[in-house]
Write a protein that binds this ligand. Structure first.
Ligand code: GDP
Ligand code: MG
Length: 355
């Protein structure tokens, strides 16, 4: 067969109730919209519920056995084995009907890097999405992403997307869990990929077991990737705490001090993140150059000397100010310890032995 234009990748973990019907649906619509130019891959994550046996019985289905657990890992493996120029993926639970494929196809002439199927601008069957996800979790995360990454997304958690394989390979993806989906979207924004959306139909899944997704821990992981991939997003929090400190200043000294400390924490976290970025990506930036030099410890030592002196000089009647300075000094020590630990264990790696 010549190189297909489209590969459908179906991530799968213990989906014996639905997998056969999902494959049938995927093949039917792939054949309808991309006749003779498509393939279907199931990326199985070590299913133990009989799914594997069902897959063995399905004629000429390509199965990729994924050694690492996680939604992201399953898709990453599936995509790396895909031959198509474009990859479309959708769950193995019958919630994303592949009849949506026609809408994706009609956008291909615009040469997209990523097309996201939006449930929130499309049609959501009654009971298909828990109200907490539909009205709170997804809209809030989507709003934060739009604000910080300037990408016009309306449904950041959608599980039906089409990505150009050549573009995907440039993204150096890291996450193996559900937050892989956020990473894909955020990196598309960061790499200035061509992003399009289409409304899709979303149905109630047809399986008997509950979703693998866990609302709070997965939500938290999504939020962490949103912040980690753009350190400057911490400035939003920084300015918020500075603003809060200014507001509560006439009311309460302790609340003001607390807000100032939180502002310091966010600023130091920003510096740590910029440095971590370097440790991981090995690309120097202005912050990492300073933090990576040995001057840092000396500077912090000098600064704490000054802070220590001020604490001694300030009269005991200003106890609150003294406490604030002591806390800030403690913060600085912890921060420098963190940076130095990262430097020793992450950045300055052992040189390779000469062979
Ligand atoms: N969470 C999770 N899902 C996986 C994994 N491997 C494959 N999947 C598949 O990823 C898809 C999304 O999971 P699902 O439970 O439907 O999550 P939800 O749609 O976000 O509620 C399903 O088709 C799963 O079978 C894994 O290790 N973890
Ligand atoms: Mg699902």
């Amino acid at each position: 067969m010549p190189k297909p234009l489209l590969t459908i990748v179906i991530p799968c973990l213990n989906e014996r109730d639905t997998i056969a019907l999902v494959i049938k649906d995927a093949r039917k619509h792939a054949q309808k919209y991309f006749p003779g130019q498509s393939e279907v891959i199931v990326a199985d994550n070590g299913s133990t519920d009989g799914t594997k046996q069902i897959l063995k019985k399905i004629r000429s289905i390509k199965v990729v056995h994924v050694p690492i657990r996680g939604y992201g890992a399953a898709l990453h493996w599936g995509i790396s084995k895909a031959a198509g120029k474009y990859i479309l993926f959708g769950d193995a639970d019958l919630s994303y009907p592949f009849s949506n494929l026609g809408k994706f196809k009609s956008l291909l002439s615009l040469n997209p890097d990523l097309i996201l199927g939006s449930r929130l601008t499309g049609h959501i069957q009654k009971g298909a999405m828990p109200p907490l996800h539909r009205y709170l979790g997804t809209p809030v995360l989507t709003w934060i992403i739009r604000l910080l990454y300037h990408i016009p997304t309306t449904d950041c958690n959608s599980g039906m997307r089409l990505v150009k394989k050549g573009f995907y390979q440039k993204l150096n993806m890291r996450n193996s869990g559900m937050e892989w989906a956020s990473e894909l979207l955020l990196k598309t924004a960061l790499k200035k990929g061509k992003y399009l959306e289409t409304p899709i139909r979303f149905l109630k899944d047809q399986r008997r077991h509950p979703p693998h997704l866990s609302t709070w821990s997965d939500g938290w992981r999504h939020l962490k990737s949103i912040i980690l991939l753009k350190a400057s997003s911490l400035f939003v929090f920084f300015f918020f705490f500075v603003f809060l400190a200014a507001i509560v200043y006439p009311i309460s000294y302790s609340l003001t001090s607390y807000s100032i400390l939180l502002a310091c924490v966010t600023f130091l976290s920003y510096l740590a993140l910029r440095f971590l970025e370097f440790a991981i990506e090995r690309k120097h930036n202005s912050v990492s150059t300073i933090l990576n030099s040995n001057r840092l410890v000396i500077w912090v030592a000098q600064l704490s000397f000054v802070i220590g002196g001020s604490i001694l000089l300030i009269p005991d009647s200003r106890l609150g100010t003294k406490l604030l300075l002591v806390s800030f000094n403690a913060l600085l020590f912890i921060w420098v310890f963190l940076i130095e630990t990262i430097k020793t264990h992450l950045v300055n790696r052992l040189p390779d032995a000469d062979v």
